[in-house]
Design a binder for this molecule. Structure first.
Ligand code: GLN
Length: 258
């Protein structure tokens, strides 16, 4: 109803008896039939909130999730505690562009200079991310989105300060059990690697390793994946890492440090 009437929640209660006008009823019916057919609200409305910013979303991109804000928080905290005046960031998996754009906005507010490059294998996702960039950061030459498959990169040409990612970490088995509203509506390649769920994490670790003394990596992980990842890191001889927990205490972000 807020979307139909373009108002806040409080206005609904304040105008409780006000009847809908013709066009408003049509809009509501359109929204309802979308929901009844199993479409997520964010795709019906065409936008979703992330880190306090509105992002355009459509079925080409994953709907930003609140837990992903942890990555933005973690990078900002690291930049602050290291007293960095500038930061170079590489993101793998732009999707809507929500992480990189929220970071850029926050860094602008804090007077920290940056270069952010964000990659996604999907052309339509890159288009959506660019639309969001133009919405939030017009004329900004410091953030850019590129269509590229991370598996086509054998090694990074130069060091960056941060590698960040919310990769498709759902395993092929788990993907089959996802609720229809996710599985049938959001892009498959944004959700699963169609394997054991760890392909992207292994790839990110391999890109990070040559720069491990001076780069940090933040990567969102699935519920329970911290155990497998701990084994992976221990056998690779990686020592400096921890997991950042979400508000429910579940380890949600792998943090590898130099
Ligand atoms: N970075 C985007 C997000 O977190 C897209 C992630 C993805 O497509 N796996 O929403």
């Amino acid at each position: 109803m807020c979307e139909v009437l373009e108002c806040g929640r409080m206005d609904l209660y304040l105008n409780f008896d006000k009847p809908l006008q013709g066009q408003e009823t049509q809009k509501l019916e359109k929204f309802l039939s979308g929901r009844l057919s199993g479409e997520p609200l964010q795709y019906i409305f065409g936008h979703a909130n992330f880190f306090g910013y509105e992002f355009f979303v459509d079925s080409s991109v994953l709907i930003p999730r609140p837990e992903t804000e942890l990555i933005v928080d973690a990078v900002l905290k690291s930049i602050e505690s290291a007293h960095r005046k500038s930061a170079e960031i590489l993101e793998i998996g732009s999707g809507s562009g929500c992480i990189s754009i929220a970071l850029a906005k926050q860094l602008d507010d804090r007077g920290v200079d940056y270069i952010i490059n964000s990659l996604d294998v999907s052309g339509p996702a890159i288009e959506t991310a660019k639309k969001n960039m133009n919405r939030h950061l017009p004329y900004n030459g410091k953030l850019s989105f590129h269509q590229k498959d991370v598996f086509s990169i054998s090694s990074l040409k130069r060091r960056v300060d941060y590698i960040i990612s919310n990769p498709p970490y759902i395993s092929a088995d788990e993907y089959e059990r996802l609720p229809g509203i996710v599985k049938n509506r959001e892009p498959r390649t944004a959700l699963t690697d169609s394997a054991d769920g760890l392909s992207f994490i292994r790839k990110l670790i391999s890109l990070f390793t040559p720069f491990k003394n001076s780069t940090e990596l933040f990567c969102e992980i699935s519920f329970g994946q911290n155990i497998e990842i701990t084994n992976l890191l221990d056998s690779a001889g990686m020592e400096k890492y921890d997991f950042i927990a979400d508000l429910s205490g579940i380890p949600r972000v792998l943090h590898l440090k130099g």
